[in-house]
Design a protein around this ligand. Sequence first.
Ligand code: UTP
Length: 293
Amino acid sequence: MSPSPSQTFKPVRKAVFPVAGLGTRLLPATKTMPKEMLTVIDRPLIQYAVDEAREAGIEQLIFVTGRGKSSLVDYFDVSFELEATMTAKGKSLEVLELSRADYGELISVRQQQPLGLGHAVWCARHVVGDEPFAVLLPDDLMAGTPGALRQMVDAYNRIGGNIVCAEEVAAEKTASYGIVTPGTSEGNLTEVLGLVEKPRPEVAPSRLGVIGRYILQPEVMDLLDAQEPGAGGEIQLTDAMAKLIGTQPFHAVKVDAVRHDCGDRAGYVLATLKLAMEREDLAPLVREALAGL
Ligand code: UTP
């Protein structure tokens, strides 16, 4: 599992954010508002994911957007009117700092039809080029210090290859995840021998489910060229990743972070509550209100 200590790998500088999905599980909230713009406390989900990517050393943010998703790109603009008005009123602009992209930091490409996560990632192929890249699904809000992607990049810098973030999922939930056929484990790393998308519990090879963070080698784009539909008729990233196994090193890592599945109603509500309980300015109020319920 461990390469020689002197081995170095191409750095992970680019991150793909697939944000072109329809978000049907959160309708009607997501009818006109992108799921990734839903707010947890005081910032949209996309901001949490971008913060995590920047902390991990990512230099180029690649958004894969679709129809009705322009607000995700606009959010990272400079808002001249707002800033001028705030400045005139003597208000600090510090609160807006992280929502501004640096010049050239953000690139958006279009997925004209939501044909699946694999297809969304493939839409970024020309921008990714021949470098390893990260993928972050913003509806998986990862709360951890250091951030989940930082921990994955650290693992990548030691072992290289492809790395997916994974966690043990409930037996009855395997049909909601890509599931790993595990090989040998060392610390928080497990060798990946196979991957299957959304298996029923009785045929799942394990309960180790892939969650919304990946570090992938560019060859996965060649495998996605085939555009073969998989589970649910969608072009699945899992199927292309499965074909890489055996040709390149492939590991799953369990990071020290809590995942909040904000693509789901209950997960979204719990994320807001849990994060509020961790904020000094909100925790006392929230605790008191909850105790009174
Ligand atoms: P989901 O599986 O959560 O699908 O996508 P979804 O369409 O967003 O939501 P539901 O299931 O209908 O409620 C996981 C991630 O992949 C992106 C989504 O935007 C989300 O970030 N995605 C999915 C795309 O960008 N394009 C697709 O064709 C599918």
